[in-house]
Ligand binder design. Structure first.
Ligand code: ATP
Length: 353
């Protein structure tokens, strides 16, 4: 049982580089939190500070109600699962899982019970005598999970644990990890640069950008009400279409396009960035008050959906159609319904509406 509090946590590396600028995150007991962001945004640094592998420059880190800033990793009651699994190659699966318990004054019987329970939970019972080299990537990842589970920690930390697996196995393992975590109820912090992993696994997502927290929210909030242009563009595949314009009465004047109708109640004249998700756009051959001419370049068939790539006002623009919706023939217009527009301040990048 553990809550985790990050209070204005900062990291400045010895060379003077500030990798984390005052992170504030409150994590509830049993919550699955995903830290996501592009390479170099500081997610590993943050996780390593929580693990005790990286010194905290300033701020407070609490696990439960204990301040752990200066505690050794071994005393923080955490278990970490790494990308490279960090298994001992010369030890069997059994010994890899038992290793962390042996220097803890736990009886042989109890160690055996814990290892066998975890192995059965992870479908590893028949592999206990093998060495890591005799296992598939997915099985190795499960052993790494097993080693974390047997310790019964207050907190699981995951550092891109699925990066080395192929796409299919990754999908399978992310469901397995999530199921297991729900079953065990252990508070978890999971680092990934993969926004799909973040969306599908998290109770709440923390989006990081250049050492700053851009937004903390449920996958639904992050996707449907992104707090900034950065979040809007980073989360979602294909990415949100972004256009530059100026607020006007009754709409937004988009460069090279014209007036886009919008029901915003914002002061006119500010420069804004307008976003619209590709799946919120319809294609039609009939112009009306909320359509804009769309030049069709090519279509990508994805099976369940089709991505229609083209241009709006000579800027790239993507429409994501359901597989049953054919691309209409002839001169095309994109239907941009006012209620689907995300409006951001161009200067600050922050959401206005
Ligand atoms: P990735 O997904 O590529 O692992 P990340 O978001 O996990 O990226 P971090 O590894 O936390 O990013 O690094 C954040 C920033 O801190 C990067 O700009 C990195 O170059 C810098 N950094 C990391 N370690 C050190 C160090 N020991 N000394 C100086 N700068 C560092």
């Amino acid at each position: 049982m553990a809550t985790v509090s990050l209070k204005t946590l900062q990291k400045i590396y010895p060379n003077g580089f500030q990798a984390v600028h005052g992170a504030d995150i409150e994590i509830a007991d049993g919550e699955f939190i995903v830290l996501v962001g592009p390479s170099g945004c500081g997610k590993s640094t943050l996780l390593r500070m929580i693990a005790g592998l990286e010194e905290i420059t300033s701020g407070d880190l609490l696990i439960g109600d204990r301040q752990v800033n200066d505690l050794d990793p071994a005393d923080r009651d955490i278990a970490m699962v790494f990308q490279n699994y960090a298994l001992y190659p010369h030890m069997t699966v059994y010994n890899n899982m038992a290793y962390g318990l042996r220097n803890r004054k736990i009886s042989k019987e109890n160690i055996d019970k814990s290892v066998r329970e975890a192995a059965s939970l992870l479908n590893l019972a028949e592999y206990l005598d093998r060495r890591p080299s005799q296992l598939s990537g997915g099985q190795r990842q499960r052993v790494a999970m097993g080693r974390a589970i047997v310790r019964e920690p207050a907190l699981f930390l995951f550092d891109e644990p699925l990066s080395n697996l192929d796409a299919k196995l990754r999908n399978q393992m992310r469901i397995e990890i999530r199921k297991l975590q729900r079953q065990l109820g252990t508070t978890s912090i999971y680092v990934t640069h993969d926004q799909v992993e973040a969306m599908t696994m998290a109770d709440r997502i923390v989006v990081l950008n250049a050492g700053n927290i851009e937004q903390i929210g449920t996958p639904d909030e992050i996707y449907h009400r992104p707090a900034s242009v950065f979040v809007a563009s980073f989360m979602g595949a294909p990415a949100m279409n972004m256009m530059e314009g100026k607020l006007a009465s009754g709409g937004i004047e988009i460069e090279g396009v014209g007036l886009l109708k919008s029901d915003h109640k914002l002061d006119a004249n500010s420069n804004v960035s307008v976003g619209v998700r590709p799946e919120k756009v319809k294609l039609t051959t009939k112009a009306n008050g909320i359509t804009q001419p769309f030049i069709h370049d090519f279509t990508e068939e994805l099976g369940a959906a089709r991505l229609v790539h083209g241009r709006l006002g000579n800027k790239p623009f993507v429409v994501n159609l359901h597989q049953e919706d054919e691309v209409p023939q002839g001169e095309l217009y994109a239907t941009l319904s006012p209620d689907t527009l995300h409006i951001f301040d161009t200067e600050t990048g922050k959401r206005l509406r």
